[in-house]
Design a protein. Structure first.
Length: 196
């Protein structure tokens, strides 16, 4: 079966780092929504006199958010239809709530749920201060809004998003990424992914 794996969670939890470790063991198209749409979004925001790193403005949410996610979804569909495993990295909060979304992806790729093994790894951190340190440590401009409005950002955080997809509970794993990302932790996640 093909693998379609979603690495979800809020900023600074280490979604991309975890996904890269597993991509070294499972060949897959690696689709980080920030990479797919980031440059375009920044240009659009700048052109409208807005902070290019603010993903919280009404303008972004109303005009750009879905463009980023839908483009990443389209690339995912193309890769699935070409027979590739796919790793998807982003919060996907709205998509996870939408029961039909995953069905549309699989169907649009010309696949069935018997041909695509969907897994969700929710990457969390128990310690918000550690999360803040990691966000500071990665030194990206798009995180400046989060850091400047930390109390607001911290209050809104959903550590484990609502997942309404029609997949078995055994296909969802909540992974606390606090502490060192050891070989043992990666092995445990790897076994979770390869188990059909």
């Amino acid at each position: 079966m093909q693998k379609l794996v979603f690495f979800v969670g809020v900023a600074g939890t280490g979604k991309t780092t975890v996904a890269k470790k597993l991509a070294a063991r499972i060949p897959a198209a690696f689709l980080d929504r920030d990479t797919v749409g980031g440059r375009f979004v920044e240009k659009f925001l700048e052109a409208n006199g807005l902070d290019p790193n603010d993903r919280d403005s009404d303008f972004y949410k109303e005009n750009l958010r879905d463009l980023e996610y839908d483009t990443t979804k389209d690339i995912c569909i193309e890769n699935l239809s070409a027979g590739q495993n796919v790793f998807m990295i982003s919060p996907f909060t709205a998509e996870l709530k939408n029961r039909e979304w995953i069905e549309e992806v699989i169907s649009a790729a010309g696949r069935t749920k018997n041909e695509v093994n969907v897994k969700v790894i929710v990457v969390t951190l128990q310690d918000m201060e550690l999360q803040k340190k990691r966000i500071i440590g990665r030194q990206t401009e798009r995180d400046e809004w989060k850091l400047e409005h930390w109390d607001t950002f911290k209050e809104r955080v959903d550590f484990v998003p609502e997942i309404n997809w029609d997949i078995p509970p055994s296909s969802i794993k909540v992974f606390d990424n606090s502490g060192a990302l050891t070989d043992e932790k990666i092995e445990d996640l790897y076994k979770f992914l390869i188990n059909d």
